[in-house]
Design a protein around this ligand. Structure first.
Ligand SMILES: [Fe+2]
Length: 333
């Protein structure tokens, strides 16, 4: 299927001009919110920025919501999880009684929040939920998630075409490792704000349809996935959210070779390297999970114990749907 390039800020299958047309004051709708991310309407951006930063959590503990059975959330638990996620694009649930190996947990959690269209990626199990644990046959092929090595900053599915961008995911911890395996998490909307505040031309460069190119995935001479160009920041297909596609890997990515793109990428690398008060760090414990709108994240290396009970196992479900109740037209008026 041909992928249509519509120009820099509006790349998403929804032309920017159309989004801006929809952004007449008083017209409501998602276009009004989506236009925040174009550089043309700074006043709208500044209003949203102030709203976004007002009351933004300061600690990882502020992201945690205790729940009973994550397969059957109560209305109150669901509402509290949605409240946290609406502000930060992420929430960590901590279940009191769900330590077993049960893929029904991430599946039910996702379904409760509208994550119905799951991504059956190359290495997902047949049910589209990946079991992330050390698997030598996979890690040996270069798939680091299935090793115990650290994972650099990225958003999930950064190599997907923009039209199939991953909007959200559930990462459920069955068992942590004996040591290590901590995640760092950063709301991609905060990245956008920090970058736009520093230099608006950086976000403009990273919204270009050819900002980054992921080379083809070739194994044993056969192409598993074609080369893929796309933006870093993009507005979702329905105009209801800002998405980010990014990896800090250097071997598997080609950046557009112009000065402003290089500077923007360097800015991002330094931000992630030097840290930010907006970066949360948390090591998922058994029965805990992350539900998020595909925020930036990384993972430290880890060491499994001698037996299975101390070997890390996480389930991951990726979805093309945004966490329900966190759309712009729902949370920002
Ligand atoms: Fe990831």
């Amino acid at each position: 299927m041909a992928v249509r390039h519509t120009g820099q800020a509006g790349y998403s299958g929804v032309p920017l001009a159309k989004l801006l047309q929809q952004s007449n004051p008083g017209s409501g709708g998602v276009g009004l919110k989506a236009s925040l991310f174009s550089l043309g309407d700074d006043a709208a951006y500044q209003r949203w920025r102030a709203w976004k930063l007002d009351g933004y959590p300061a600690r990882a503990e502020d992201l945690i919501v205790e729940v009973g059975d994550p397969r059957e959330l109560t209305q109150a638990e669901q509402a509290e999880m949605r409240r946290v996620c609406a502000k930060t694009n992420m929430v960590i649930y901590a279940a009191r009684d769900a330590r077993e190996e049960d893929k029904a947990i991430p599946r039910a959690m996702g379904a409760r929040f509208g994550l119905h269209r799951l991504d059956a990626n190359l290495l997902a199990d047949e049910d589209s939920i990946s079991s992330l644990e050390v698997v030598p046959s996979k890690s040996g092929r270069g798939y680091i998630p299935y090793s115990n090595r650290r994972l650099l900053w990225h958003t999930d599915g950064y190599y997907n075409p923009p039209a199939q961008a991953i909007e959200s995911m559930v990462l459920h911890c069955v068992r942590p490792a004996a040591t290590g395996g901590e995640n760092a998490l950063l709301d991609h909307e905060l990245v956008y704000i920090l970058m736009r505040d520093a230099a608006p031309q950086y976000v403009q460069a990273l919204m270009a349809h050819d900002a980054m190119t992921i080379p083809a995935n070739v194994e044993g001479g056969s192409e598993q996935r074609p080369a893929q160009s796309g933006p870093v920041f993009l507005v979702s297909r329905n105009g209801a959210s800002l998405l980010m596609r990014y990896t800090a890997r250097t071997r598997s990515i080609i950046w557009k070779p112009d000065a402003v793109t290089r500077e923007a990428v360097l800015f991002l690398e330094q931000l992630l390297e030097t840290g930010s008060p907006y970066i949360f760090r948390h090591r998922l414990d058994a029965g805990q999970g992350l539900l998020c709108n595909n925020v930036l994240h990384n993972r430290s290396g880890f060491t499994d114990g001698e037996d299975r009970s101390t070997s890390r196992l996480l389930y991951r479900a990726r979805s093309f749907d945004r966490v329900a109740g966190t759309e712009f037209d729902t949370i920002y008026c």
